[in-house]
Design a protein around this ligand. Structure first.
Ligand SMILES: [Zn+2]
Length: 329
């Protein structure tokens, strides 16, 4: 990685606050530069990497990444916090939903990536093997693209490595979530989200989700900010105490996408965070004459993670997602 600093910044790698830009070494990525704030504490310790803006309309997460830059003091920090507030640089000022406009791929589902692949694949590879290479933990913040409303939740990856899974779960519980989703172990067989790709290399990554419809709201910003600070506290990087938890933090063990079987207009009957029973109607699909076409029904009992807010849903696209509660041993 090559760094250029802002005039007010310390030199890269020195104790203090670095502010500037970097480029990755992969030639597929050299056209772009990423903003970065890296706070290096007086005491050596772990590195925590934090990002937002993989989805550029998930603005509460991006604002959280901006605020976090001012919440770490090098004099009271053990280790390094590295913050990249907007990963999907090609989508900046273009407002693309979900994808990188250069290859139309969803970066969030392109991990672990490929140095010889498309832009998004090369970027995921560079995130894993350059920027976060020495990180103890990577947190990628999300939530609320232009047509969706998400509950407040955190995602970690379950693995057959018991100590990694326990640590990942502990870090996911640092967020004051309604739901804490441990992705099933079989996700490890296919590439996708950062928690999965990192776990398959014995490393730790989390996602936090909060926000709606491209709106900057204080509750969602605070959710992300407090969660990341609690992760840093739990890693022993800060002396301050973990904040109090007010939400239920219901631990879930599966993530189900519920798709519409037809083109139509979705009329939801549930909201993010709601508990639903197996076979419960979640909403109806109607046509533009107001005629009911079909019911959307819960395949299993669980909790609504998020729902689409724009009614128009094409066949095969999700209307919402459900997290299935973990069975207590
Ligand atoms: Zn997202």
């Amino acid at each position: 990685m090559k760094f250029t600093s802002l005039p007010t910044s310390v030199e890269y790698g020195k104790t203090g606050i670095f502010r500037g830009h970097f480029s990755f070494s992969n030639s597929k990525l050299t056209e772009y530069r990423w903003p970065i704030c890296e706070i290096r504490g007086k005491q050596d310790g772990p590195k925590l990497c934090v990002s937002a803006g993989v989805h550029v309309n998930e603005v509460a997460a991006i604002e959280a990444a901006v605020r976090l830059q001012k919440l770490f003091d090098p004099n009271h920090l053990t280790g390094v916090v590295s913050i990249v507030p907007l990963i999907n640089q090609p989508a900046l000022y273009r407002y693309n939903e979900y994808v990188c406009p250069l290859d139309q791929k969803n970066i969030n589902f392109s991990f672990p990536g490929d140095p010889n692949g498309s832009f998004s694949e090369a970027l995921c590879d560079a995130i894993m093997n350059e920027w976060t290479a020495s990180a103890e933990c990577y947190v990628d913040m999300h939530g609320g693209d232009l047509r969706e409303n998400v509950s407040k939740f955190a995602i970690y990856q379950r693995t057959n490595d018991a100590s990694l899974e326990e640590k990942a779960r502990q870090m996911a519980l640092c967020f004051d979530s309604e739901l804490v989703v441990g992705l099933p172990v079989d996700h490890m067989a296919k590439p996708g989200r950062p928690p999965t790709a990192f776990a398959s290399q014995g490393r730790l990554a989390l996602m936090s989700e909060a926000g709606a419809n491209g709106l900057v709201d204080e509750d969602s910003i605070q959710f992300h900010v407090d969660g990341v600070l609690n992760v840093a506290r739990t890693l022993g990087m800060l002396d301050s105490k973990v904040t109090a938890f007010n939400r239920a933090r219901i631990v879930c063990s599966d993530y189900l996408w519920i798709e519409s079987p037809i083109d139509g207009e979705f009329l939801p009957e549930v909201e993010p965070g709601d508990r639903v029973e197996e076979r419960q109607r979640l909403g109806k699909m109607r046509d533009l004459f107001g005629q009911d076409l079909t019911d959307i029904v819960a395949p299993r009992a669980g909790h609504v993670l998020w729902r689409m807010t724009h009614p128009s849903i094409p066949k095969g696209s999700p209307v919402l997602a459900i997290a299935v509660e973990e069975r207590k041993a």
